[in-house]
Design a protein around this ligand. Structure first.
Ligand code: HEM
Length: 412
């Protein structure tokens, strides 16, 4: 039965997809923040899996994110489902599912490429990619924001950094969706189809790595091909899975925030107008969009020892979810926390994580992409309106829409 606002909080099942269908259950999170900041839920969509604790307050999520010794990313990975169709040992080959010291060494391999300065150098190329996507729909007067603009842009941007050709973008989007969208049958029609697809991904990535070993080109695949940790090269599995992490993190995340942001602006036409009239608001607007619509609803950690938190006994091995979409609306941190307001000024938020070792590698890239996508959409398709019901992805992990139909005056 879907949770209701008067229901006893102890019995709320946060994993029930019914309460997420139209929007995340913000009212339930508000009650949890006030009354039950550490909450146990079953994982009812995956009944053979253990349930999980929810952490919903800003300060708690910050403290937990900083304490990797107590709260491991490696023991169980970062999603609540242990078995997403790939063995956990393989999942742990990706830095996002590692603890220090290995995590830090793996992350260092890529950090150089993602500094704000290095990312700023891609501004023109990103603008050209956004304009190309908009060119593709401008004359039609209608499109699906997610597929026709969001996915096109984010897949080409990460594809160009990885060093994969445009003709492969659609395949890479399909693989990304299949990996992280495992709860949605549109993204993964058969739950156990991932291993065969992963085998195809191996066949796709490995020849590229071999080629870049001989002829490095400065892209991320070249960085993978030449990476060494403690004098040892990465294994084939580590290379392919880390390629997969960069591909999926680059695709699903920014596409999600772009869609939700445009949706919010269409639902608040006065704010859309304000942004069109005063483009200097764009950077604050991007941060407000990230605060209100984090691409990942949560990241998981696993307790490495017994801990008591707000009166609840968390046992070693228990799963916890750090719900960014709750902490970003914590009323002890933000005034009018539930309101979307691009004039709020610069806000700190936890959309990219709450600090600590796993803070998002791609934050500068995502910010630049979002700024450019919003700016160009509002400039070139200024009277965009919703043309049908948006459809959310069925997922606890991904806070994203699969479809957002829109219309606008055709141009060009
Ligand atoms: C709006 C877009 C994005 C959002 C909201 C986002 C959010 C996040 C979050 C919440 C984490 C985990 C933080 C933690 O566990 O403490 C993360 C990690 C990561 N993100 Fe992003 N991300 C975005 C875009 C990107 C992009 C474009 C890339 C490009 C490659 C990227 C690459 C990564 C990587 C590699 C990690 C793992 C970092 C680590 O474990 O140290 N992200 N991101």
């Amino acid at each position: 039965m879907p949770a209701t606002l008067t229901q006893d909080l102890a019995s709320v099942d946060l994993s029930d997809h019914a309460i997420w269908r139209d929007d995340p259950p913000y009212e339930i999170f508000a009650r949890l923040r006030a009354e039950r900041p550490v909450h146990w839920s079953p994982l009812s969509q995956f009944p053979h899996e253990a349930g999980f604790w929810s952490i919903v307050r800003h300060q708690d999520i910050r403290e937990i994110s900083l304490d990797f010794e107590t709260w491991s990313s490696e023991r169980g990975g970062v999603v609540l489902v242990d078995d997403i169709g790939v063995p956990l040992d393989m999942v742990r080959m990706q830095p996002i599912a590692q603890d220090p010291p290995r995590h830090d060494r793996m992350k260092q391999l890529f950090q150089q490429a993602f500094t704000p300065k290095r990312i700023a150098a891609h501004a023109e190329a990103i603008r050209a990619i956004v304009d190309h996507a908009i060119d593709g729909v401008a004359a039609r007067g209608e499109c699906d924001l997610v597929e026709d603009i969001g996915a096109h842009v984010t897949s080409r941007v990460i594809g160009s950094l990885l060093g994969t050709p445009e003709s492969d973008d659609a395949q890479l989007v399909e693989w990304s969706n299949m990996i992280v969208g495992f709860e949605d049958p549109d993204y993964r029609p058969e739950f156990d189809q991932l291993m065969p697809e992963l085998a195809r991904a191996f066949e796709y990535v490995l020849p590229k790595v071999t080629e870049r070993r001989e002829h490095p080109t400065g892209d991320l695949v070249s960085a993978l091909a030449h990476a060494e940790i403690d004098g040892e090269r990465l294994t084939d599995e580590e290379m392919v899975l880390t390629f997969g992490l960069l591909m999926a993190a680059g695709n699903d995340s920014t596409r999600a925030v772009y869609g939700s942001s445009m949706l919010a602006l269409m639902k608040h036409p006065e704010q859309m107008r304000m942004l069109q009239e005063d483009p200097s608001l764009i950077e604050d607007a991007v941060e407000e969009c990230l605060r209100c619509f984090p691409a990942f609803a949560y990241m998981r950690r696993t307790a490495t020892r017994d801990v008591e938190l707000h009166g609840q006994q968390i046992k070693e091995g228990d799963k916890i979810a750090l719900w960014y979409l709750s902490s970003n609306r914590d009323e002890t941190v933000y005034e009018r926390a539930g309101e979307f307001d691009i004039t709020r000024g610069r806000v700190q938020h936890q959309a990219f994580g709450a600090g600590g070792r796993h803070f998002c590698l791609g934050a500068a890239l995502a910010r630049l992409e979002l700024k450019t996508m919003l700016e160009r959409t509002l400039e070139r398709l200024p009277d965009m309106q919703l043309a049908g019901e948006p459809v959310r992805a069925q997922s606890l992990f991904l806070n994203q829409h699969k479809r957002i139909p829109v219309r606008f005056t055709p141009t060009g």
